[in-house]
Design a binder for this molecule. Structure first.
Ligand code: HEM
Length: 181
């Protein structure tokens, strides 16, 4: 096996996880606008958002597994779960660790959505926007491919599109009673 296999896998899965996260956050923001009111929304639109979230979790798991399997940098379980504990690119990796916890917490609270107050669930869910920024910073500062023109272009497009969607969401808040997310 090519000794760089795990490193390639870590990079590829990190990028795919980040793209799925971007799509999930973007789709979530769009669903919360007045473009798709909950009463007239086909079920698949919400299912797609859930799938994007689930795929993000899956690819984050592959990213972490591959980093641990790669021998170039030794990552312990402690380094993976505690921000600022890794000696390797401490701050850049810490952004990824906090983003990972953000993804896990949003996923778990969504699975337990029926058992927690909607107000709490909504507040937790909105941290996804912060998770998106953190993971974008993480990829830019930790990633080998961050200097690649295609990576830079993709980052700019992702950030601009998410910011535009957030601005639209804030400026076009649906009336309080019609709000569902
Ligand atoms: C939501 C969670 C995460 C996302 C979306 C994510 C995404 C990314 C992305 C997009 C890259 C750039 C890959 C490249 O340049 O080819 C990257 C690199 C990296 N990530 Fe993460 N990451 C996450 C969590 C973590 C965690 C928890 C760690 C803890 C060790 C970590 C460690 C790294 C390292 C060391 C690199 C540099 C790999 C390299 O290019 O050599 N990431 N990540």
């Amino acid at each position: 096996m090519n000794p760089a296999f795990w490193w390639y896998l870590a990079r590829a899965s990190g990028i795919v996880a980040w793209l799925f996260l971007t799509a999930a956050v973007l789709w979530g923001i769009v669903l919360a606008t007045d473009l798709f009111p909950a009463t007239r929304r086909p079920a698949w639109l919400l299912d797609l958002h859930r799938w994007l979230g689930g795929l993000t979790v899956g690819f984050v798991a592959i990213h972490i597994g591959a980093l641990m399997a790669d021998s170039y940098v030794e990552f312990s379980v402690y380094d993976i779960v505690v921000p600022f504990s890794s000696d390797y690119q401490t701050s850049a990796v810490a952004y990824g660790v906090v983003a990972m916890w953000g993804v896990v917490i949003v996923q778990l609270t969504s699975m337990a959505m029926k058992r927690i107050p909607k107000r709490i669930w909504r507040r937790v869910h909105r941290t996804s926007a912060v998770t998106f920024w953190l993971s974008s910073l993480h990829g830019t500062y930790a990633g080998t491919d961050a200097a690649d023109p295609l990576y830079i272009l993709t980052s700019i497009v992702a950030v601009v599109v998410v910011m535009a969607a957030l601005a639209y969401r804030v400026l076009n808040r649906p009336p309080a009673r019609a709000r569902t997310a």
